[in-house]
Design a protein around this ligand. Structure first.
Ligand code: SF4
Length: 373
């Protein structure tokens, strides 16, 4: 499928593609938390690009990072130290987990980027929190206007909201194709498509997604039937783990990942009088990440997905030292098991090692669901 190949390329060749974008005189700002309101950057004609790591061992970052830093943050920092993010005009993150906040300080001190901004995101979504976050976004907008010498009007925000919402709707349509048995798109393909959305101008991504949605029903290499699984857990910025799951007879049909459904599930209200206030609401009311302390809302999303995608088992992949997921995982596991769903809990490191052991445990889990053995 042509569109899928292009989307995959947008992900794998992201640094070269973004350098081309820069050569056209555009600005690029890296963001490190899905609570960064990309629409505001987009409204300033800036390409918002998610900071991701690399599957390689983070050798350079070891000298700066404490041993108990999550390996995703370590990997992202390592990529920056190598100079692969040398094209960034800015780096933005938001109050989320301790690791990410440490990462912000490390980048500020050791990576040469002209603009840094930290958004103070409240970890609740009460009315007061919405107002507080709105004020915070007003400050963010003013800071961008000053740094990039460009006004950000309500009209340009409304346009960005429309473009972002369109992409979210298309991604949901793509996820709907996973409800079929076998699904029409594999877990690996779905993850790479969402990842590419975080790195690409949204109009370009939506055009390719529209083409992909037309191509999929005609595809001559659909995924084979397998045990229908939902994957939950820490950020996943490489499809290696899903490849193992799908090669051992699993069929990843749904997810609860910040690089998956949690990224696009909720839209901004396009009819709101203040687009900035609507953006503030969307980010606080979205399917929460675990550091928000709203586990029940996230678990409800997982349970909804289990039903919607006819899930037979759940694998929770938690990165070592990812405290927010480490705290939540036992509760999620207990809740899913109490509703009769088999759950496998696995810890892993961002650098791709020790997979033989993971593979064995996944195989055993799938056999147990199939009733083999
Ligand atoms: S949520 Fe977990 S994986 Fe993500 S940055 Fe924080 S500690 Fe690392």
């Amino acid at each position: 499928m042509e569109a899928l190949d292009e989307l995959r390329n947008l992900f794998s060749a992201r640094h070269d593609i973004v350098r081309d974008w820069k050569r056209q005189g555009k600005h690029v700002v890296g963001w490190a938390s899905t609570y960064t309101p990309e629409e505001i950057l987009y409204a300033a004609s800036i390409l918002p690009m998610r900071i991701l790591g690399s599957p390689e061992t983070a050798k350079l970052a070891h000298a700066y990072c404490p041993d108990n830093m999550c390996s995703f943050c370590r990997s992202c920092f390592d990529v920056a130290l190598k100079g692969d993010y040398d094209y960034l005009d800015g780096f933005v993150t938001s109050a989320s987990c301790d690791n990410r906040e440490k990462m912000y300080d490390l980048w500020r001190h050791h990576v040469e980027i002209p603009y840094f901004y930290f958004i103070n995101t409240p970890h609740t979504n009460t009315n007061t929190a919405h107002e507080f976050f709105y004020d915070e976004l007003v400050r963010f907008r003013e800071s961008l206007e000053k740094a990039f010498r460009t006004p950000i009007s309500d009209q340009s925000l409304r346009k960005a909201v429309r473009i972002y919402n369109e992409n979210r709707v298309l991604l949901k349509k793509l996820y709907n194709l996973r409800r079929k048995d076998p699904p029409l798109i594999s877990g690996r393909e779905a993850l790479e498509t969402v990842l590419s959305s975080m790195l690409t101008p949204k109009e370009v991504h939506s055009r390719l997604l529209t083409q992909l949605l037309k191509e999929i029903p005609q595809r001559d290499d659909p995924p084979t039937k397998g045990v229908r699984l939902l994957i939950s857990g820490s950020v996943m910025d490489d499809a290696g783990l899903l490849e193992i799951v799908e090669a051992t007879g699993g069929s990843v049909v749904a997810d609860d990942l910040s690089t998956g459904s949690r990224y696009f599930w909720n839209s901004v209200d396009p009819t709101a009088e203040s687009p900035l206030f609507a953006i503030a609401r969307r980010y606080l009311d979205r399917v929460p990440c675990p550091f928000m302390g709203q586990s029940e809302d996230r678990f409800r999303h997982v349970q909804d997905m289990v039903k919607r995608y006819d899930v037979e088992g759940v694998i929770i992949f938690v990165l070592r030292f990812c405290d927010p997921h480490l705290f939540d995982a036992p509760l999620l596991k207990a809740e899913l098991e109490s509703s009769g769903l088999p759950v496998l809990y696995l810890e892993w490191e961002h650098a791709m090692t020790g997979f033989a052991q993971l593979r064995t445990r996944i195989e055993a889990f799938l056999e147990m669901i199939r009733g083999v053995g």
